[in-house]
Write a protein that binds this ligand. Structure first.
Ligand code: ADP
Ligand code: MG
Length: 647
């Protein structure tokens, strides 16, 4: 069953080499009960660990069931460990967070055999601990813990049990119990290899091998033993792929581990939580800003050109002042001569004081023609706009914005009331639709007929600008040129002055510039948020690395009972993903709350969208995986023995 030849093990201690085994030959047959004895430091543990596949020899051959194990991969060794060998340690090595039955059934998780807790319960009964299955290791005596460990070594029905001083830490009563169990197991056909340095213990074995300084000193057969024939290699099943059920199980275990370490888990979640919350909030702010800019742009009307007087009047070249003067007639002329123009509306602007009863406020006044309501989406929601006749007759009528209504009239209907504009009484005939967004309040305005505004309020003899709506977007830039050309001809502007007389703004260009600015802003906000997510990920990695260092012994034990590297990898990956997903979900909730609060309290235009939430969630899962892989891989590559020895 076990056949070793010329087995050596050399430990490198700095510059010194320690020969723990100096060429050991040994043949152990199936069903035997072998005690290995020798003074401390003679190499007993080293030998059992190599035989138990927890460590590898420096040289020599080891055949288990006729199969040379030196060439096996880490993966195959893990499978052999859990299928063929049960290992019992002097220090029991139970997992402290699990109760007895869970500890016993742990190897089943890796061998994917059924049974679970019930199998654990059955084996606990077999070692006389049936009623203790819900106890944690720290609630049991040393002897009881070792019995749990024996039950665990049996759970995969191994053919060999290796025990390294199983009674070394126990009182004599427990010692008796353990030895009785081992003898029973041997009687049932399980091969037992046990290290001890007590003669009274060794006497229970059928064969005693004494070693000293890494060499076999004597080999004494006490009870005759006949092997039950040729030992046939039990081919272990091929490593099952990691399926969804295993991953689910890893997640359940991960959640439990995390729940056991609440403060640390909360801290590692905090980073990802803040990251995700800021991604959601930043995207909402960026999105909201963009939407409000778009809303405002659309309230300007589409396909708009604005014609204004150029530098000359501002610069003061007197002889050209009259040339750059625009009048109501010019708007009419442009409309008649250029068929691409749908509407041309002259406006004058100014600042006025409006008052009603004892309330007053300073507000913007716009003097314009009835065409304005079409052009600027300004059809009154209450009452009506003024007419051409009212414009010609310089009627004292006004259409007012909602801010003015709210401020001066409250909930009262203002239609038909008399509003004092710069101390002149105006009849309110309509209320403008409320417009959202923008840097300044567009509802803080009163609109009056053009002639009224020019002559009665502002004392202007020319208009400030002509708003032109073009029939189609395609005609926009051509019309832009045509309008200028027409104005130059009409006003007889000399070539040298053309640049300065009039200027024209294409609102489409402005729209484009604004939306690209707001897009840049969104990207900027999102990248800042992403950086904080990254920092959160590094936080997770950091804590996972600490957690792995802390749980090195646990990793070693799991590997010793047959966990493959990939099982360990999944275990830790599952933990980091749970942290990041839970953190991410809470982060999304907080991010949405912050966005809603910003909108309702600070009045910021925020907009939370589903794709932003999905993005943030996806990102947090990704962060969990990306930053979990390194620590998880590190854990999976630990050597089982090194990890078990870790203090
Ligand atoms: P035993 O179990 O018989 O007391 P061990 O097999 O533990 O002996 O040790 C055999 C020899 O190898 C001792 O000299 C010990 O100091 C040395 N040794 C064991 N493990 C290591 C190790 N990990 N590194 C260096 N030397 C070791
Ligand atoms: Mg030892």
């Amino acid at each position: 069953m076990i056949e070793i030849k010329g087995l050596t093990k050399v430990y490198q201690m700095g510059d010194n080499k320690v020969w723990a085994l100096k060429g050991v030959d040994l043949l152990i047959e199936e069903g035997d009960f072998v005690a290995i004895m020798g003074p401390s430091g003679s190499g007993k543990s080293t030998l059992t660990q190599i035989l138990g596949l927890l460590d590898s020899p420096t040289s020599g051959s080891y055949k288990l069931n006729g199969r040379e194990v030196g060439h096996l991969t880490e993966e195959d060794l893990a499978i052999l460990r859990r299928e063929e060998i049960g290992f019992i340690f002097q220090q029991f090595n139970l997992l402290p967070r699990m109760d007895a039955a869970e500890n016993v059934s742990l190897p089943l998780f890796y061998s994917k055999k059924s049974g679970g807790r019930d199998a654990g319960q059955k084996l606990l009964e077999r070692v006389g601990l049936g009623p203790r299955s819900h106890h944690k290791p720290k609630e049991m005596s040393g002897g009881q813990q070792q019995r749990v460990a024996i039950a665990r070594s049996l759970v995969n029905a191994p053919r060999i049990i290796m025990a390294d001083e199983p009674t070394g830490n126990l009182d004599s009563v427990s010692e008796e119990e353990i030895m009785k169990i081992l003898q029973e197991l041997n009687a049932q056909g399980i091969t037992i290899l046990m290290v001890t340095h007590e003669d009274s213990i060794a006497e229970k074995a059928k064969r005693i091998i004494r070693i000293r300084d890494g060499e076999v000193l004597s080999d004494e057969r006490r009870v005759p033993h006949k092997a039950p024939g040729v030992s046939i290699a039990r081919i272990p099943p091929p490593p099952p792929p990691i399926g969804w059920r295993d991953i689910k199980e890893h997640f359940i275990q991960g959640k439990r581990t995390l729940a056991a370490n609440k403060i640390r888990t909360a801290l590692s979640m905090l980073g990802i939580l803040i990251g995700v919350a800021s991604v959601v909030a930043m995207l909402a702010i960026g999105r909201g800003a963009q939407e409000s800019i778009e809303a405002q742009l659309s309230s300007l009307g589409s396909n708009m050109l604005v014609l204004r007087t150029g530098n000359i009047r501002r610069g003061g070249v007197a002889q050209l002042e009259s040339a750059s003067r625009m009048e109501y007639q010019d708007a009419k002329m442009l409309m008649e001569k250029l068929p691409a123009i749908k509407e041309a509306v002259p406006t004058v602007n100014g600042q006025v004081t409006v008052s009603f009863l004892n309330k007053n406020r300073s507000t913007q006044v716009i003097g314009t023609t009835p065409g304005y309501q079409e052009l600027r989406n300004a059809k009154p929601t209450l009452g009506r706009f003024f007419t051409d006749t009212e414009d010609q007759s310089r009627a004292r009528v006004t259409v007012i914005g909602t801010t003015v209504v709210k401020d001066l009239f409250g909930d009262k209907n203002p239609i038909g009331e008399s509003l004092k504009v710069n101390k002149v009484n105006f009849l309110i005939i309509g209320v403008l639709p409320s417009k959202s967004g923008g840097w300044r309040d567009e509802n803080d305005v009163v609109i009056v007929p053009l002639q009224t505004g020019m002559k009665r309020l502002l004392g202007k003899t020319s208009v400030d600008s002509i708003n032109i709506q073009v029939r189609s977007a395609e005609a926009l830039s051509r019309t832009e040129d045509d309008v200028l050309e027409m104005m130059f001809k009409e006003k007889k502007v000399p070539f040298s002055q053309r640049e300065d007389t009039f200027e024209i703004q294409n609102m489409a260009d402005i729209q484009e510039a604004l939306s690209s600015t707001s897009k840049t802003m969104s990207v900027l906000l999102a990248s800042i948020a992403t950086i904080s997510l990254l920092v959160g990920g590094i936080g997770i990695m950091n804590i996972m690395l600490v957690s792995i260092t802390e749980r090195t012994k646990e990793i070693g034990l799991r590997k010793a009972v047959g966990a493959r590297p990939i099982d360990i990898l999944w275990q830790f990956l599952a933990e980091s993903v749970v942290v990041s997903v839970v953190g991410g979900t809470i982060g999304i909730l907080i991010g949405v709350t912050v966005s809603v609060l910003l909108a309702s309290v600070a009045g910021w235009p925020t907009s939370v969208t589903w794709d932003a939430i999905a993005l943030a969630f996806g990102f947090s899962v990704l962060v969990g995986i990306v930053f979990g892989v390194y620590p998880a891989r590190k854990a999976s590559l630990l050597s089982p023995l090194e990890a078990l020895r870790y203090e």
